[in-house]
Design a protein around this ligand. Structure first.
Ligand SMILES: Nc1ncnc2c1ncn2[C@@H]1O[C@H](COP(=O)(O)OP(=O)(O)O)[C@@H](O)[C@H]1O
Ligand SMILES: [Mg+2]
Length: 397
C-alpha cells in the first residue's frame, strides 16, 4: 500500500507518521522544500499539486491519496486528480466545505440540536471572538466588553475574515474523531486537549479521564453530524465540557494533527489504517482494544537554558525531523534534536498502563531532557483558568 500525502506541515507529519506505523509506503508532496513532513517520507516530491505535472503523476501511482492541508484550491485539485486517476481518496471535499466555515457548520450543528456555546449578543461576557475559517487557534481572542468585541470584529473584518462571537466557556477541552464511508460512521476515542497560553494545543492525553457520560454524548453528537454530512473520510469534533456536558466548538473534516498519534499510543488504533480499511478495502468497523493504555503526546522546545512546553504552531518550525525511538526515555519522538545542539524541538509520545505510572514516566522523561541538555528552567504556560489534570496547574514539581 502506497499512500500519497498532500501537504507536509503539521497534518502531513501526522499522516506520514501514522502511515509509516501502519507499514505503508509513503509519498509526501509539498511545494515548500522545507516542509517538515518531507524528511519523514519514503519519497518526497517538491511541487505544486495545482499546476505541476510531475506531482500529478506521482499521485496517480499511489494506492490511496490522503490530503493533509487546508488550502481549498489544493484540495479541489487533489479531489479532481483522484477522481480522474481512479485512486481512492481518504477525504470528503463536500464535508470539508461545510466544516471549513464555522458559520456554516454552526448552522448544521444547531439544526441537529448539538449543544454549542451561546452566540453573542444572547450571552454574557466574557466572549470569544474568532474567525469563521482558519484553524490552529489563530486569531482566537477573549473580549470582556462591547468595546473589545467591536474592536476585534473590526480587526477580523479588516483581515477579510468573518467573525464568530460566542460565550467563553471554561472547562476541559476534548476531541473525538469519526470515520465514515458514507453509510457507516465509527466514532473513536475521546482525548483531552491541553492548551498553551495562546490557546494552541500543546499536549494531548488519551483517553480523556473525565465522565464517561460526557464522552458518550460527544461520540453521539459526532456520529450524528458525520451522518448528516454523509461523511466519506475523517472528521474531528472539538468541545469544552461545561457542567458535565460537552459544548461543541467546531468540526473539521480532515485528518487532524496530534490526537490520532495519542490514540495510536494509548489504544493501538491507527486512524489512517482505519480509513484505508473502510474506504479502500470496504471493511468499516469498530476495532476492539482488550487492554487500552493511557498516553501523552506533547511538544517541547529547548532553547538557551529553558525547556519550553509549546503549542504545535511553534513545533511547525522543526527542520528535517526524524522519528526516534526511546529518546530521553519516551516511547517515541519526532525531533530535530542532535546532541549539543541549541534550539531543538521534539514531539514526545509515551504510554503507560495507568495514569500514576504515566505521570512518573513523563516526569522522568522531562528530567532527563533537562539534565542531559544542561537546561535549568522548565516553562509550561496555560491560559488563565486552565491547567494540566495530570500534574496540577504548575508543572514544576
Ligand atoms: N467559546 C469558547 N470558549 C472557550 N474557549 C474557546 C471557545 N472557542 C474557542 N476556544 C478556544 O480556542 C481554541 C480554538 O478555537 P476553535 O473554535 O477550535 O478554532 P480553531 O479552528 O482555530 O481550532 C479552542 O481549542 C478553545 O481552547
Ligand atoms: Mg480547534
Amino acid at each position: 500500500m502506497k499512500i500519497g500525502i498532500v501537504g507536509g506541515a503539521l497534518q502531513g507529519m501526522e499522516a506520514v507518521y501514522l502511515s509509516k506505523k501502519a507499514g505503508y509506503e509513503t509519498l509526501v508532496i509539498d511545494r515548500r522544500e522545507e516542509a517538515p513532513a518531507l524528511s519523514l517520507a519514503d519519497e518526497a516530491v517538491v511541487g505544486d499539486v495545482e499546476k505541476e505535472r510531475h506531482v500529478t503523476e506521482a499521485l496517480t501511482e499511489c494506492d490511496a491519496i490522503l490530503p493533509a492541508n487546508e488550502n481549498m484550491e489544493a484540495l479541489v485539485a487533489v479531489d479532481w486528480i483522484a477522481e480522474q486517476a481512479g485512486v481512492p481518496l481518504l477525504f470528503d471535499l463536500d464535508a470539508y466545505r461545510i466544516s471549513e466555515s464555522k458559520l456554516r457548520s454552526n448552522e448544521l450543528l444547531q439544526r441537529l440540536g448539538v449543544p454549542m456555546p451561546r452566540k453573542w449578543p444572547s450571552c454574557r461576557f466574557p466572549v470569544v471572538v474568532k474567525p469563521s475559517t482558519g484553524s490552529g487557534s489563530t486569531e482566537v481572542t477573549i473580549a470582556r466588553n462591547e468595546t473589545e468585541v467591536e474592536r476585534l470584529v473590526l480587526h477580523l473584518r479588516g483581515e477579510g475574515l468573518e467573525p464568530v462571537v460566542e460565550e467563553y466557556v471554561n472547562g476541559p477541552n476534548i476531541s473525538i474523531e469519526v470515520i465514515g464511508d458514507g453509510s457507516i460512521f465509527t466514532p473513536y476515542i475521546v482525548t483531552d486537549v491541553i492548551l498553551a497560553n495562546d490557546y494552541d494545543c500543546k499536549r494531548v492525553y488519551s483517553p480523556w479521564r473525565g465522565m464517561a457520560q460526557a464522552a458518550d454524548e460527544l461520540a453521539r453528537y459526532a456520529t450524528l453530524t458525520a451522518r448528516a454530512l454523509g461523511l466519506r473520510g475523517i472528521m474531528d469534533m472539538e468541545a469544552i465540557v461545561l457542567d458535565g456536558h460537552p459544548q461543541v466548538l467546531e468540526i473539521d473534516a480532515r485528518i487532524p494533527s496530534q490526537t490520532p498519534a495519542a490514540i495510536l499510543h494509548s489504544h493501538g488504533i491507527n486512524l489512517v489504517e482505519e480509513m484505508v480499511k473502510g474506504l479502500v478495502h470496504g471493511r468499516m468497523g469498530t476495532p476492539t482494544v482488550p487492554q487500552p493504555r493511557v498516553a501523552v503526546y506533547e511538544h517541547v522546545v529547548a532553547k538557551g537554558d529553558t525547556l519550553h512546553a509549546c503549542g504545535e504552531g511553534e513545533f511547525a518550525h522543526v527542520r528535517h525531523p526524524r522519528i526516534v525511538e526511546g529518546l530521553f526515555g519516551a516511547d517515541e519522538a519526532i525531533t530535530d534534536h542532535r546532541p549539543g545542539m541549541d534550539g531543538w524541538t521534539a514531539t514526545l509520545m509515551m504510554a503507560s498502563p495507568n495514569w500514576a505510572a504515566l505521570r512518573e514516566r513523563r516526569k522522568e522523561c522531562l528530567r532527563r531532557i533537562m539534565d542531559e541538555n544542561h537546561l535549568s528552567r522548565y516553562l509550561d504556560l496555560f491560559p488563565e483558568g486552565y491547567g494540566d489534570p495530570l500534574t496540577g496547574l504548575s508543572d514544576d514539581e
